[in-house]
Write a protein that binds this ligand. Structure first.
Ligand SMILES: [Mg+2]
Length: 233
């Protein structure tokens, strides 16, 4: 019987993408707005793609209205450039991810999904390149809500539509590499598993009080056990 809903972040958690991601965003912004804003140096970690676009352009002095007018164009341009230029060699899976996803896919009590700041089309392409996209029947993406903390409820609703089951707080696990993923778990009172495979160390992540903290997701049996059996109450 289906018991647990596990929601994975993408960048820094499942995989890492080479500089191509930033490069195509810079190119898309330049093509549509005539400036990349601060995209060459801006901190993207744990942020929604949509929020990043607003932040980098606002730092170059553009107003919200001006950005909003061409937002759909820049989004389409970024996605198209990313699909065109990103190759399998640009994506590196984090330690243990292939094995963990394979193991979870064999468990009938677990439903796996995505909770990510990526736009769906570019996020799916990141997963297709290392051939892990098929593990994720659904997800909540930057397209689904204006802020990341609204995504957990979207994910729960999409899971309900697919399975007929409404997952409640104690059945939901959110796995990610930044404080933003921990905060998403807090929104639902769900269990947060933080992992230091992105840009933040275990010491930095500890300050945000995740329920569980790992260096990486390499110990499949430990992680699966935590997902299936360990309660936060
Ligand atoms: Mg991340």
């Amino acid at each position: 019987m289906l018991k647990k809903l596990v929601l994975f972040d993408i960048d820094g958690t499942l995989l890492t993408v080479s500089k191509i991601n930033r490069k195509v965003l810079v190119d898309a912004l330049t093509e549509v707005y005539g400036t990349p804003g601060s995209a060459e140096t801006h901190n993207f970690c744990g942020k929604m793609d949509s929020v990043i676009i607003y932040e980098v352009l606002q730092s170059a002095g553009l107003g919200e209205g001006e950005i909003g007018e061409k937002f759909e164009r820049v989004k389409a341009c970024y996605i198209e450039l990313f699909r065109q230029h990103a190759r399998a060699s640009d994506v590196c899976l984090m330690e243990g991810i292939g094995k963990l996803l394979h193991e979870l896919s064999g468990r009938r009590e677990v439903m796996v999904g995505l909770l990510t700041g990526n736009f769906e089309a570019s996020g799916r392409h990141k997963l297709l390149l290392p051939e892990i996209n098929h593990y994720f029947p659904f997800g909540a993406f930057a397209d689904d809500a204006p802020s990341r903390n609204e995504l957990p409820a979207v994910a729960v609703e999409k899971a309900r539509q697919l399975t007929g089951k409404t997952f409640t707080e104690h059945d939901i696990i959110i796995i990610g590499d930044t404080e933003h993923d921990i905060s998403c778990a807090r929104v639902l009172n769900a269990k947060s598993i933080a992992v230091a495979t992105g840009n933040f160390s275990t010491e930095e992540l500890k300050k945000h009080h995740p329920h569980v903290l790992y260096e990486n997701l390499g110990r499949t049996d430990v992680v699966v056990n935590e997902i299936l059996y360990s309660s936060i109450i």
